[in-house]
Design a protein around this ligand. Structure first.
Ligand code: FAD
Length: 492
């Protein structure tokens, strides 16, 4: 029997779900909006600022669910995990045995880390506040950790860890390939090796993540071991990532994957310790909690392993009995109205995968900014569909735009900043001042199709416009990045 009904139900108290609820409630349609989330804390966007047409910055706060109810009297929040979707009956079932009927449903259940070895007590994934606290706790007594993965989380973690040796295993020939090319990686190398370099002590990233006082107290109430909302920008700020060694040392193993994880040193295999400078005595070799064998033959003993090898969308509760079309990456496939293949069921944020390819300069990446944009746009689509009105694809999906901070440097990513999906006919224009700035333009047929700006370049707005208007810049050649030309003034 249905316990409750609501015209709109949103699943998940992360940034996508909360933004969706706020947007649905803001329209004063008089309809009930129900949020189902297993966690007593939700993520809220504050101090939102539109930096340019597509670039945005904001602060993210973790708040008690009660604050969401203040948005509108029509908003209800129920702390419960969804265990099943009955798309035909327009119902969701929760772990506590209740059923909730909906008119339209938006799934914003996020994603969980893909763990290298699930259940292994020496392998840690980073996703929510709980997992970061566990990482800190373990670091306190650690001399060496192995970090596996080459995305943003691995990058930040390797940079932040103090007084501990870090073996960083990545499958690519250079680090940070999700965000930058090998030349940019070279630019960051001094900051990586010595985390007290100028870049490292720069101001905090613009989009912030804060935790409300008392949040730890409610943490223990998390239902059934289910993950809370993903962390986000600045998750490592003010957290002491301090180990038990007297120095910090980073050693990168390129182009390799983890082949084996075991609690005993693999027999007959020589440990590779030469590059990391630790003592080589047998006693040290045998004293590690866990050993990692890499595909390049290297074996490292360590205190624990951080698995930062990407995320898997949380789709499981919604699949059985429903004809949900899934994307190759495991996300719920959504059309350009954020609709899944089940009638009246929408999805937004990390759980979904977009199927549209309309705007050549935009692509999906599981980022905080996109979770917010998708949550807001899904709500607009839901409201428009409810009254049979058309809705255009939001302009934020015209251009991939992201501001972040790596190693203390401001980093702006625009369009196909790494030449993603482009043919061999694109060329790169580069300008680099070590320790100060790294500027890269991706050009195709004389037009800018992507850009990466590291440092305080102030070039983002000009090149955002040049990517959007696709002006033919062939005549300018390499002069486009001439530091003596005030490019902003020139194209104003
Ligand atoms: P989530 O934040 O994962 O929220 C999902 C919500 O759904 C949670 O509340 C969860 O408890 C709930 N839920 C799950 N299953 C169910 C269920 N069955 N029933 C009910 N509720 C359910 N992005 C950036 O842009 N910049 C960064 O620098 C950055 N750094 C990051 C660092 C870390 C360590 C991590 C883990 C992520 C980082 N991200 C970053 C990514 C960003 O945090 C995510 O893209 C974003 O938070 C996704 O938001 P979401 O609302 O889709 O999902």
């Amino acid at each position: 029997m249905t316990s409750e009904t609501a015209k709109y139900i949103v699943v998940g108290g992360g940034i996508a779900g909360v933004t969706c609820v706020e947007q649905l409630a803001s329209q004063n349609t008089g309809d009930d909006v129900l949020l189902l989330t297993p966690y007593p804390l939700i993520k809220a966007v504050t101090n939102f600022r539109q930096v340019s047409r597509t670039l945005e910055e904001f602060v993210v706060e973790e708040r008690n669910v009660e604050t969401l109810k203040r948005v509108s009297p029509r908003v209800r929040v129920i702390q419960a995990a969804v265990t099943k979707l009955d798309g035909e009956a327009h119902e969701v079932h929760t772990a506590d045995g209740r059923r909730f009927g909906y008119g339209k449903l938006c799934i914003c259940s996020g994603a969980t880390p893909k763990l290298l070895a699930k259940g292994n007590p020496f392998v840690l994934g980073i996703r929510d506040t709980d997992s970061v606290q566990e990482l800190q706790k373990r670091l306190v007594g650690s001399r060496r950790i192995v970090v596996v993965g080459n995305g943003g989380i691995a990058l930040e973690l390797v940079h932040e860890v103090r007084d501990c040796e870090v073996i960083w295993a990545i499958k690519d020939p250079s680090f940070g390939t999700t965000f930058f090319d090998s030349a940019a990686a070279e630019f960051f190398l001094p900051s990586l090796r010595n985390s007290s370099s100028p870049g490292a002590s720069g101001p905090s990233r613009r989009t912030k993540y804060t935790t409300s006082p008392g949040s730890t107290a409610v943490m223990g109430k998390l239902a059934g071991g289910m993950a809370g909302s993903a962390l986000g920008p600045d998750w490592q700020e003010n957290l002491h990532m301090q180990g038990a060694n007297d120095t910090r040392r980073v050693h990168i193993e390129f182009e390799c994957e983890v082949e084996q994880i075991c609690e005993q040193k693999p027999a007959g295999i020589a440990m590779r310790e030469r590059d990391v400078g630790v003592q080589k005595q047998q006693a040290v070799e045998d004293s590690w909690s866990v050993y990692v064998k890499l595909s390049n033959g290297a074996v490292y003993g360590c205190d624990f392993i951080v698995s930062a090898t990407g995320v898997r969308p949380c789709t499981q509760p919604f699949l059985e009995g429903n004809e949900l079309i899934m994307a190759e990456d495991g996300g719920l496939l959504v059309d350009d109205h954020m609709k899944t293949s089940v009638p009246d069921v929408y999805a937004a944020g990390d759980v979904c995968s977009v199927s549209w390819t309309r705007d050549v300069h935009w692509f999906q990446m599981r980022l905080w900014t996109q979770a917010r944009q998708m949550g807001a746009y899904a709500a607009r689509c839901i409201l428009a569909d409810s009254v049979g009105e058309p809705v255009d694809l939001d302009f934020c999906f015209e251009l991939f735009a992201h501001i972040t901070r790596f190693f203390g440097y401001k980093v702006v990513l625009l369009g196909r900043y790494n030449g993603q999906g482009l043919g061999s006919d694109c060329e790169l224009l580069l300008r680099c001042t070590p320790g100060v700035e790294y500027v890269k333009l991706v050009m195709q047929c004389g037009r800018v199709v992507g850009a990466l700006f590291v440092g305080d370049t102030d070039l983002e707005e000009t090149f955002e416009n040049l990517i959007l208007n696709q002006m033919d810049l062939s005549a300018y050649g390499e002069g486009l990045l001439n530091p003596c030309v005030d490019i902003e003034d020139y194209f104003d």
